[in-house]
Design a protein around this ligand. Structure first.
Ligand code: ADP
Ligand code: MG
Length: 415
């Protein structure tokens, strides 16, 4: 033994420090010198390090897992929230610890019901879908699973473990896929029908024109026949639109300035806006890459959205268009930088149960509507690598956002 304590007091003090460090889960600064204690110390230190490793390993798993993990006690008060859950909800764990789990559900009542079923009936949820609410009040669709948290020693339930996943991206992809399937089927059917009808229509029109010529001018029957011809032209026009919808034509993509396209549409619509008491506001991003798109197809999309906005505001209102760049947006080919064009109005809004249907072909709520504007737009966007999303509050207004991938190779910034 190389070193001795000076006196008993020093020995006691070192020992005391040593044990209190162990108790507080800290590594002791100084080992007791006595050989007996020294070996005990080394043994304890080894166990301590092993435990620390196991602890770090488990904590690492819980913190690094991409799902949100939250535990509660038997009353539903939050006892732990991992990093992914902090990211999902925007809370720091100190903000949320001790609060009731139901506050994280968009409908707290529903959250309470879920919790009660787990606690009282031992029910276990598996990928149950619901809406959660973040610290900023944003609603996010999520799937969650539950299980009891059992005390490791006596195996008594001590609380509940909630595991969450944000399913916004999954939901969007699922919806877009469904939409595309519907459009594809409809596209094929309408192309077939349009084709079959246009041929006989051409025949009818020729015959009607011949008939028209056989009446003397002023004969009322001649007016009837010319009405027939006019109606045939109208039907033909409609069929042509179906046709366009089924086969929109290959986009002629070039690098285009999206803001110029928007300005062009505005000029076209300006007289109508004025007549309807609608004001127009823009907020364009200060830096905007050119987009690789078919200008006339995208112009049609923006025009459709514009017309819908106008039609949603019979009493007047505001149309706001803003553009910006987002770092990441999930396209079919993966997530990448995107330009977002948002077209918002202060019109009647869209009831939540209709928000998915509006993209269906022929869905319309207007007495004189055709219901093809949004489905054609979706289709055209798809052809140009873009996406469309809607947000709307009934009675307040709607906002349509279209996303375009930023093609890296274009370094020609406009401003
Ligand atoms: N900006 C908007 N505000 C309110 N409702 C809208 C808006 N845009 C679209 N809609 C709803 O979506 C439906 C489908 O739109 P669309 O496909 O353009 O067909 P249409 O305009 O012929 O009805 C509309 O009938 C309307 O109910
Ligand atoms: Mg429309």
């Amino acid at each position: 033994m190389s070193k001795q304590y000076k006196n008993k007091k020093e020995a006691a003090l070192t020992l005391q420090k040593f044990y209190s460090a162990l108790e507080a889960n800290r590594q002791p600064e100084e080992a007791p010198l006595d050989s007996d204690y020294k070996s005990k110390y080394n043994l304890l230190l080894k166990r301590f390090r092993e435990l620390e490793k196991v602890f770090d390993f488990h904590r690492g798993i819980i913190q690094q897992i991409s799902s949100g993990v939250i535990t509660t006690d038997l009353n539903g008060s939050i006892t732990f929230i991992n990093r992914a859950a902090q990211d999902i909800f925007g809370y720091h764990y100190l903000d949320i610890q001790g609060q009731n789990i139901s506050t994280l559900f968009a409908e707290p009542e529903q959250g309470t019901q879920f919790f009660k079923r787990v606690i009282k009936e031992g029910h276990q949820y598996q990928s149950k879908e619901t809406y959660l609410i973040t610290k900023d009040g944003e609603l996010i669709p999520a799937g969650f699973s539950t299980s009891y948290y059992l005390n490791p020693e006596n195996k008594e339930p001590e609380g509940v473990i909630f595991i969450f996943r944000n399913i916004t991206v999954v939901n969007n992809l699922r919806r877009q896929l469904e939409r595309m399937e519907r459009l594809a089927t409809l596209g094929e059917i309408s192309a077939g029908i349009a084709h079959e009808i246009r041929n006989p229509l051409a025949g009818i029109k020729t015959s009607a024109q011949v008939l028209e010529e056989s009446f003397s001018p002023g004969d009322f029957r001649s007016q009837l026949v010319s009405r027939i011809v006019k109606e045939i032209d109208r039907s033909n026009d409609l069929l042509k639109r179906f046709f366009n919808f089924a086969k929109p034509g290959r986009p002629k993509q070039e690098f285009q300035d999206i803001e110029m396209i928007i300005d062009g549409v505005y000029l076209l619509m300006a007289p109508r806006l004025k007549k309807r008491n609608i004001t127009f506001h823009t907020d364009f991003s200060s830096e905007m890459p050119r987009l690789y798109i078919d200008g006339s197809q995208i112009e049609q999309v923006i025009l459709n959205l514009f017309i819908n906005a106008v039609e949603a505001m019979p009493e007047g209102g505001k149309i706001m268009i803003n553009t910006k760049i987002v770092k990441e947006y999930v396209f079919e080919q993966g997530s990448q930088q995107a330009v977002v064009v948002e077209i918002a109005d202060t019109g009647r809004g869209i009831p939540i149960d209709q928000q998915e249907k509006i993209f269906n072909p022929f869905f319309t709520t207007k007495s004189d509507g055709v219901g093809l504007g949004l489905s054609i737009s979706t289709r055209l966007l798809e052809e140009n690598g873009g996406k469309i999303e809607v947000d709307s509050a009934e009675g307040k207004g709607s906002s349509f956002r279209i996303y375009f991938p930023v093609i890296e190779s274009d370094t020609s910034k406009i401003r």
